[in-house]
Ligand binder design. Structure first.
Ligand code: ATP
Ligand code: SF4
Ligand code: MG
Length: 332
């Protein structure tokens, strides 16, 4: 039996803005298993980042977790004090962001900020910290580490800066890493290197990885299971192969159809319509205004996530009645 590391159940995180309550994450459930790479995918604004910030309990104001359960190895994270969370962040769960600069402090050298991370949780001598930082910099593939650790973040290229951010996130050997679009700000060639590095480190350290991305190609290459989010809800959860070959949710099928492929003459098909306003989301299934299969029922009440085959969950009234087109080959 695969061990569950993180369990998120019925999570609701809202932003109380002057314009109204933004229901950014509205009843999200999924789990992360030990050692797996789980993909979290969905259009911009679907709630991927807010979900991860919620797990770490770093949702910025005016946001707040209003309901739900977040359990790490059976322990309820929502019942922890801020002090307890501080010792969980970095040591048990870490996160890297799209823009590496947001993980790094511009006014400190790389060595100083990595040392701060190492010494925040336990006493460590300057010499031991120096050695550990050197190891970390080598681990993430930064050449001339001895010299470069004395430099400031702005002296690093985008790809190297992301490597430093990864070193910082991994300094305390977390069991779970959220990587929030870690490569979208980087050049294509550098993107591949950083993804390879993440995959390699994940294996070496035996951690679980939650890979957040818009890119179905990255999902296909790196993940074993996928959570598809739409407008603050989970639309589908499945093993990556099942999702590609047998998508059950109309939105997933559209996401797959929108993947640009070199062997396709056809240009990228864009998903029609816009992601809804989350202050007054559509009634019933939030996807109904864009869904070609929508019926009256879809407008009335939101569908719940149901297990349609082992390890395959879908929130759609019509999944039994519709045949959706999957990919013909996952990586071709
Ligand atoms: N500080 C905030 N104040 C108000 N609304 C917010 C705030 N942060 C996020 N939101 C809203 O929460 C919703 C989900 O945002 P989130 O950043 O999680 O989306 P995402 O799936 O990560 O998108 P992207 O792919 O663009 O990163 C969006 O509607 C967004 O406008
Ligand atoms: S529940 Fe209805 S609107 Fe929603 S995805 Fe299924 S068919 Fe479309
Ligand atoms: Mg995001």
């Amino acid at each position: 039996m695969t061990e569950t590391l993180l369990k998120v159940e019925g999570l609701k995180t809202y932003f109380y803005t002057e314009a109204g309550i933004v229901k950014a994450v509205d009843g999200v459930s999924f789990d992360v298993r030990k050692g797996e790479t789980l993909g979290l995918v969905g259009e911009s604004g679907s709630g991927k980042t807010v979900t991860s910030l919620s797990v770490l309990r770093i949702v910025p104001k005016p946001g707040r977790i209003v309901e739900g359960k977040i359990e790490l190895k059976g322990e309820n994270l929502l019942a922890k004090s801020e002090k307890e969370m501080q010792s969980i962040r970095g040591r048990e769960i870490a996160m890297i962001f799209q823009d590496p600069s947001s993980s790094l402090v511009p006014v400190y050298t790389v060595e100083t900020q990595l040392r701060d991370v190492l010494s925040a949780h336990e006493k460590i001598s300057k010499d031991d910290a120096h050695k550990k930082i050197l190891d970390l910099m080598n681990l993430v593939g930064i050449p001339e580490a001895e010299i470069r650790m004395r430099e400031f973040p702005h002296q690093f290229s985008g790809g190297m800066k992301q490597r430093v951010a990864i070193a910082r996130a991994l300094a305390l050997e977390p069991e779970l890493l959220f990587a929030d679009e870690p490569t979208t700000a980087l050049d294509v060639t550098i993107q591949a290197q950083v993804l390879d590095l993440l995959e390699d480190l994940k294996k070496k350290m035996g951690m679980s990885l939650v890979m957040i991305t818009h890119d179905m190609g990255i999902i296909a290459k790196m993940t074993s299971r996928v959570v598809v989010m739409y407008a603050g809800n989970v639309a589908e959860i499945a093993k990556t192969d099942d999702l590609y070959y047998r998508p059950r949710h109309p939105y997933t099928a559209l996401l797959l159809a929108a993947v640009p492929r070199l062997d396709r003459k056809k240009t990228l098909s864009i998903i029609p319509g816009n992601i809804p306003n989350l202050i007054e989301p559509p009634s019933g299934c939030r996807f109904h205004p864009r869904c070609e299969f929508a019926t009256k029922k879809c407008e009335e009440a939101p569908p719940v996530l149901e297990e349609v085959e082992p390890d395959h969950f879908v929130a759609c009234y019509e999944w039994k009645n519709i045949t959706l087109k999957g990919e013909t080959g996952k990586n071709d």
